[in-house]
Design a protein around this ligand. Sequence first.
Ligand code: PMT
Length: 322
Amino acid sequence: MSSEGEISSFFESSPPLKNMEEIVEKLNQFINWNFSWQGGRRIVCVTSGGTTVPLEQRCVRYIDNFSSGNRGAASTENFIKAGYAVIFLYRRGTCQPYCRYLPDDPFLECFEFPDKTNNIQVRASHLEAVKMAVMDQQRVAVSERRLLKLPFSTIYEYLQMLRLVATALKDIGPYSMFYLAAAVSDFYVPWESMTEHKIESGSGPLEIRLAQVPKMISILRSNWAPKAFCISFKLETDSKILIEKATKALRKYKVHAVVANELSTRKEEVVVVSSSGNVVVRRDCDKPESIVEDNLIRIIVARHSTYIIESQLLIPSTSTTV
Ligand code: PMT
């Protein structure tokens, strides 16, 4: 378990967020709007995509990981369907909610110039996907203000932003949830030991010593947002050790459940590991459009409802109804 000293020295030595005040303002407005809306909406922070590890302060090169952000985007859509407001903390450039069915390069592939006027139009082959994406995005993010997207790139940005979100959500206690699907770097180059300029390539093989990134789940649970419902993830490439590792993480970090997934089968099946037992969740193979997140989020939302009821029994008097 990472010590508080390791965690504070990580933050003290991190390059400060450039737009911290703007993020805090957006967060507070979003949380106030949603939590005062008709008695209050539940709010989930979905983290999504992988964090980068810069190798130079004026970064030219960085270490990255495989995460596409598909899980986070698909889960966000399902949380919204279940009535939640979502803070989508995502890696810049990865998969977005409501855009999963668009081609990789939507501007160039979806649109065409049918004649010599200035009018661009959507190609018939992509019309339905574009229409749905635009309509859902308009309804959820713009009209209902239920989706706040906050992009990050580096491990430094991600962890500072996660702390801001957790602090901002602290007051809504059990009505908030953390769904930590981002693939967070375990190793990094500490800022003060990083070279400022581009590493020279002419001096032969490169040796870099990576330090361990402190695990932030422990402080999230104990300090930042102790009353929030918290779901973490466990990814392994060896299915034989997956459940054992997830069970250890459940106990060690005292989260409410760990979603265990294996790299190659992650789109087909996950296991929800919790103190009430393990549940295997699969996509519905008989429905081609079905995704594992449809069933996963149903289970997570039901567990969150039980958690809220149990929390209300513990603190009966002033809690807001949702
Ligand atoms: O994005 P996709 O391509 O759709 O893939 C989805 C996914 C496989 C990335 C996702 O389902 C998943 O498993 N995400 C977590 C991957 C991961 O980082 O696993 P881990 O075993 O290394 O970390 C476990 C937990 O510790 C994570 O919830 C992470 O938020 C947390 N962590 C990790 C490092 C760190 N320094 N501090 C942390 O708190």
